[in-house]
Design a protein around this ligand. Structure first.
Ligand code: ADP
Ligand code: MG
Length: 707
């Protein structure tokens, strides 16, 4: 009986209950799951090397029989070595495994092995040797053809299932698979882009066969970079379905009617104008226009406002909030940290002083009676504008009629948190603000279901921050620079990297640095702020910096987002090479926010690595967040780019949004066309297909609840 995709994996010969359980743990439950368990690399075993021809330094694949083997310890008794001599028809080769004495229970004289590794020169014998190579037993000649004489897949172990057992199982699945399987990519597109159908693609994904017109080396390179036809097919499929689902979800939202009516009349315009402390830039005006358009439209808003650090997102959000407030609905602003929430509360209270609106601050720190009181007033409508941290989305917070929710510095929030805020009240309009400059290719994917507004202009009078790279040797010059700025009444940040908020060592380094700076700058007051402080203590420090009672703030990366102290003109970043470029860009955005020119000093150790130097040099050459982001993405890859899984970047199985961005763009374009085809389908079959796609999309990628 042929295997069908939805069958439990136990239907594959060789998979009993125990193995099925192991596979299940790795989320491999069906035949399809098994087929999608992709090899993490390939090995060219189409040709074995003969042992008497091995050259030191090359990666070699050999096959042979164990002549002798056993454990021993080095004279100093420090290292346990399992050593064997393996022979083929041409000669013999020594193989050593360090600290794996259990191998003596697995390997015996006379067994046949395939070994793969780099040939080294043995320090003792001066002869070629393999150290800790990868190895596989050749058990029976019947499946020898699966494991050698071809390019073979290498899998990560699943439970006790070795790459070899997996290879056998997958081989059976691939060869036993039913013929007619549904292909989510239409034939016409397969043909157009030269992609293999699904069945063939699975076969080739696991057991690649070199096309005749492709040289061996070139084909191996293709496989390495996921560019072989089968791999390209799965990358395309993934992006195609992603974008198709995205379109479907978007369409669902567009059909979601909004009951709220927002009107703009002269009265509203007056109030909005009245709160402005400065002339908005033309970018700010345009973006406010786009947002207000959404607010007034009949559909719920899901808009991303992207603006580089310091581009003035706060006032844009506030204008939108005022429009909604004037129409009698509540608004909320969610910030990622208490410090930021508090800063927003202060700023907005100041701007709205003459309007008579009632504002409330709700963070984790507001407790007891006061909290109850605020919650009650949010429910009754006594508070019109609520500013808070994630405390805002906790269960007891109920709005009377939330009209607009603004999420600031969104990359700090998890996906779940975003959608929870959206679930508050009666489908509030949602504005998400971020300063993380996201390259277009990425934005397309991460925020594909959102409308995008861009603040691409800085407020007038800003001078670009000058960025310089110094090493430890130049420390006295850095202090000289600090001294000059402080003498002119300016303030400074000294930033320490703290990988983990709980990292004691780093914390001590920051504390020591503070002590040292106190000695160097006896005339000035210093503060120290780090993740382990209570939020009250952090705030006190921040406030002190704002008030000018301290001149130097030593900080871990908690200063990264949003802080606005225009008089701070210098930032010294210690161990700058430990930060990501985007993070450095955010940090640097804390200075040069006022009338005075800012200087950012990136400190490195005595001898930064070539790579570190290259990265930091980019920071010195440009202040364009987009360019920095592109470089960062290039260097670090998308996973780390924004930080965590939480960042909202979808986890693709095959596709890599940096490496495969051309396929991504192609697939997105085809998905849009195909979407129009499906929606235009008169018989209505397309509609079902779209509903299914939207559901699938939500369950896999769903960043935003709409229903
Ligand atoms: P971000 O986009 O990083 O959140 P902010 O909203 O904090 O930026 O604004 C940065 C600084 O620029 C603030 O001090 C703000 O008052 C000021 N600002 C914003 N818009 C303008 C403008 N149009 N003219 C002058 N200053 C502005
Ligand atoms: Mg901000």
């Amino acid at each position: 009986m042929p295997l069908r995709l939805e069958m439990p994996v136990q239907y594959v010969k060789g998979v009993g209950p125990a193995r099925a359980a192991m596979l299940q743990k790795a989320k491999i439950g069906t035949v399809e799951d098994l087929l999608n368990y992709r090899p993490f690399r390939y090995e060219d075993r189409s040709s074995f090397r003969l042992m008497n021809q091995l050259r030191v330094g090359e990666d070699a694949l050999v096959e042979g029989e164990i002549a002798v083997c056993g454990n021993y310890s080095t004279p100093m008794k420090k290292v346990r070595i399992f050593e064997m001599v393996v022979e083929d028809r041409s000669g013999a080769l020594a193989v050593k495994f360090f600290n794996q004495p259990y191998l003596q229970h697995v390997l015996r004289n006379g067994q046949r092995l395939i070994l793969y590794g780099q040939v080294r020169r043995d320090d003792y014998t001066q002869r070629p040797v393999l150290l800790n190579p990868e190895w596989e037993l050749v058990v029976s000649s019947s499946d020898a053809a699966i494991h050698s004489g071809r390019i073979v897949p290498i899998y990560r172990r699943v439970g006790k299932l070795t790459t070899r057992s997996l290879r056998v199982i997958v081989h059976r699945a691939v060869t036993g698979l039913q013929r007619d399987i549904h292909d989510p990519i239409p034939d016409r597109l397969l043909e157009k882009h030269g992609l293999p159908d699904r069945r063939r693609a699975w076969r080739e994904l696991h057991f690649p066969a070199r096309p005749e017109d492709r040289k061996r080396e070139a084909f191996l390179e293709d496989l390495e970079s996921s560019a072989a036809p089968a791999q390209r097919r799965f990358v395309f499929e993934e992006f195609f379905l992603f974008h198709l689902g995205l379109q479907a979800v978007r369409r669902d939202r567009e059909s979601l009617p909004k009951t709220r009516r927002i009107e703009i009349n002269d009265g509203v315009r007056e109030v909005v104008k009245g709160i402005l402390p400065f002339h908005p830039t033309s970018a700010q005006k345009r973006v406010v226009g786009e947002i207000v358009g959404d607010l007034r439209s009949g559909n719920v808003m899901r808009r991303l406002l992207h603006g580089d650090v310091g581009s003035g997102k706060t006032i844009v959000a506030l204008q939108a909030m005022v429009v909604v407030l004037e129409n009698g609905f509540q608004t909320a602003l969610m910030a990622p940290t208490e410090i930021l929430a508090e800063q927003h509360f202060q700023t907005l209270s100041r701007y709205l002083r003459d309007t008579g609106y009632s504002l409330a601050l709700l963070t984790g720190r507001v407790r007891g009676k006061r909290r109850q009181g605020i919650l009650e007033r949010i429910r009754s409508g006594g508070v019109q504008l609520v500013i808070g941290t994630h405390a805002l989305i906790e269960a007891p917070v109920r709005f009377r009629d939330l009209g607009l929710a603004v999420i600031d510095e969104q990359h700090r929030f998890g996906v779940l948190q975003r959608s929870r805020l959206m679930g508050k009240g009666d489908q509030p309009d949602v504005l998400i603000m971020t300063a993380t400059p996201i390259p277009r290719s990425l934005a397309l994917t991460v925020y594909g279901d959102l409308d995008l507004s861009v603040l691409d202009e800085l407020p007038p009078g800003r001078q670009p921050v000058e960025t310089v790279l110094y090493s430890e040797r130049d420390r006295h010059r850095v202090y000289g620079l600090l001294q000059r700025e402080l003498a002119q009444g300016r303030q400074a940040y000294v930033v320490y990297p703290l990988i983990e908020e709980s990292d004691k060592l780093e914390l001590r380094a920051a504390e020591e640095m503070t002590g040292q700076l106190r000695k160097v700058f006896p005339g000035y007051k210093l503060g120290l702020i780090h993740g382990r402080l209570k939020s009250e203590e952090k705030d006190a420090q921040m406030q002190a910096l704002r008030d000018g009672t301290i001149q130097i703030l030593v900080a871990t990366t908690v200063v990264e987002v949003g802080l606005d102290v225009p008089n701070a003109t210098v930032m010294v970043v210690e161990h700058a090479d430990r930060f990501g470029l985007s993070q450095l860009h955010q940090l640097r955005g804390r200075i040069g926010r006022g009338r005075h020119r800012g200087t950012c000093v990136l400190m490195t150790g005595e001898a930064p690595s070539e790579n570190a130097f290259r990265r930091l040099d980019i920071m010195c050459r440009t202040s364009d967040g987009f360019r920095i982001a592109e470089e960062d993405l290039e260097i670090r890859g998308p996973g780390e780019f924004v930080g965590t899984r939480q960042s909202g970047i979808p986890q693709f199985r095959f596709g890599n949004i940096v490496r495969d961005r051309r396929v991504l763009e192609l697939a997105a374009r085809e998905a849009r066309d195909h979407f129009s085809l499906l929606t235009g389908d008169a018989k209505g079959a397309g509609k079902d297909e779209l509903a299914r796609l939207a559901d699938q999309w939500r369950s896999r990628f769903g960043l935003f609840d709409v229903g």
